[in-house]
Design a protein around this ligand. Structure first.
Ligand SMILES: C[S@@+](CC[C@H](N)C(=O)[O-])C[C@H]1O[C@@H](n2cnc3c(N)ncnc32)[C@H](O)[C@@H]1O
Length: 340
C-alpha cells in the first residue's frame, strides 16, 4: 500500500455479501493499487471513467499553449486533464457538465491536481447553452471544442442514478436529477404510439410496437421493474435477444428523458459562432442517431464554407483499446475545422 493512500476501513454490511454500490467495490476507497488492479482486468473502476480515444482526440484537436478550450462533457475529467496539459501555459479550459452530483467531485479532483482558476473553470451547464457558457467565462469563442456524448461510467454504474438494468435502483436516468421528469414519470405519461416512435428513433428497436404497448402508461418504480417488463413483453425471443432489447430500451428512454438529441442539435447549431477562426471541434458518439446528426451538420457547414475541413471517415478506437476497455467499442469520433 502506498504512503499517500492510508488504509481506510470499508463500511460494514449485513449478510454474507455487500449489496449496496458503496459497499461492493473496493476501488471506491480511492486506493491506487486497487484501482490499477481493476483497470488491468479490463474493467472500469467503480466511481471512475476511462477516457476513450484520448490520443486520437489530441491529434485532431491539436491543442496548443495559450489556446481556449471547452470540454462540453467534463465527466471524470479524463480528456480535460490531457487538454489542460497541452494548453498550458497561458491557455484556459472551460469544463461543462449537466450533472450536479459528479461535477463538484471532478472539479475538486482537478483543483487537487494543481489546476487553478487561471487555467480551468468548471460550469454546471448543459452544452446546448455553449454560447452563454463561454460568455459567462468572459470568452466570445474557443479554439478547441470537445464533446464525448452520453453518460459516464460513474453515472451508469451507480444504481442510485437509475441508468443500469444490472442492479435495482430508482427508475430515474436523469443526468441532472433536479430538472425535468424521471424515466418512471416519463413512461407513465407516454402513449403506446409515442413510445413506439421513441424506441425506433432513439434505438432502432425492432420490437418497438410490442414493447411500447406493454410499457406505455405503466407505473414502474425501479430499473429491474422496467427490465422485467421488457422480458415479459417478449416471451418468444431468446434470452440473448431480450437482453439486447433491454439495452436498447434503456438507451431510448435515457435519450428522451435527457432530451439528448435536441441538446446535440443545439450544440451543433452553435459551433459556427462558438469556434474561433481556425478552431477545431471533435465529437465522439455512441450510436447511429447521434453520429448521423454530427455527420450531417459537419457536411452542411463544410458546404457553406464555414468549416474548411471535416473528417472523411469516422475514427474508431484501436483493437487494443477496445480489448482493454469494451466501452470504447461503439465509439465513433468525427472532427471539423473552422475556416480562417
Ligand atoms: C461520456 S461522459 C464524458 C467523460 C469524459 N470525457 C471523461 O473523460 O471523463 C459524458 C458526460 O457528459 C455529460 N453530459 C451529457 N450530455 C450533456 C449535456 N447536454 N450537457 C452537459 N453535459 C452533458 C454527462 O453528465 C457525463 O458526465
Amino acid at each position: 500500500m502506498s504512503e499517500e493512500t492510508p488504509h481506510r476501513r470499508r463500511p460494514r454490511y449485513s449478510g454474507k455479501h455487500p449489496r449496496r454500490f458503496d459497499q461492493k467495490y473496493k476501488e471506491l476507497s480511492g486506493n491506487a493499487e486497487t484501482l490499477a488492479r481493476v483497470l488491468a482486468s479490463g474493467k472500469t473502476p467503480a466511481g471512475s471513467h476511462v477516457p476513450i480515444m484520448v490520443d486520437e482526440i489530441l491529434e485532431v484537436l491539436d491543442p496548443r499553449p495559450g489556446k481556449i478550450a471547452v470540454d462540453c462533457t467534463l465527466g471524470f475529467g479524463g480528456h480535460t486533464r490531457r487538454l489542460l496539459a497541452r494548453i498550458a501555459p497561458g491557455g484556459h479550459l472551460i469544463g461543462l457538465d449537466a450533472d450536479p452530483l459528479e461535477l463538484p467531485k471532478t472539479e475538486a479532483a482537478l483543483r487537487g491536481e494543481g489546476f487553478g482558476a487561471d487555467i480551468f473553470t468548471a460550469q454546471k451547464s448543459n452544452f446546448a447553452g455553449l454560447h452563454a457558457a463561454l460568455a459567462a467565462s468572459g470568452f466570445s469563442g474557443a479554439d478547441v471544442i470537445l464533446a464525448d456524448l452520453g453518460v459516464s461510467s460513474m453515472q451508469f454504474d451507480n444504481p442510485s442514478r437509475g441508468f443500469t438494468w444490472k442492479a435495482t435502483g430508482p427508475l430515474d436516468m436523469r443526468m441532472n436529477p433536479n430538472r425535468g421528469v424521471s424515466a418512471a414519470q416519463w413512461l407513465l405519461k407516454m402513449t403506446p404510439t409515442a413510445l413506439e416512435e421513441a424506441l425506433i428513433n432513439n434505438a432502432d428497436e425492432p420490437d418497438a410496437a410490442a414493447i411500447a404497448s406493454a410499457l406505455a402508461g405503466k407505473s414502474l418504480a425501479t430499473t429491474t421493474d422496467l427490465a422485467d417488463s421488457i422480458r415479459i413483453a417478449l416471451p418468444h425471443r431468446s434470452v440473448e435477444l431480450v437482453e439486447k432489447a433491454i439495452r436498447r430500451v434503456f438507451q431510448a428512454v435515457r435519450i428522451s428523458v435527457n432530451e439528448e438529441f435536441s441538446a446535440l442539435d443545439a450544440l451543433l447549431r452553435s459551433l459556427p459562432s462558438c469556434l474561433n477562426a481556425g478552431g477545431r471541434v471533435a465529437i465522439m458518439t455512441f450510436h447511429s442517431g447521434e453520429d448521423r446528426r454530427v455527420k450531417k451538420a459537419f457536411q452542411a457547414w463544410y458546404r457553406d464554407g464555414i468549416f474548411s475541413s471535416i473528417a472523411d471517415e469516422v475514427i474508431r478506437a484501436s483493437s487494443d483499446e477496445r480489448r482493454a476497455n469494451p466501452r470504447a467499442t461503439s465509439a465513433k469520433l468525427r472532427w471539423a475545422r473552422r475556416a480562417e
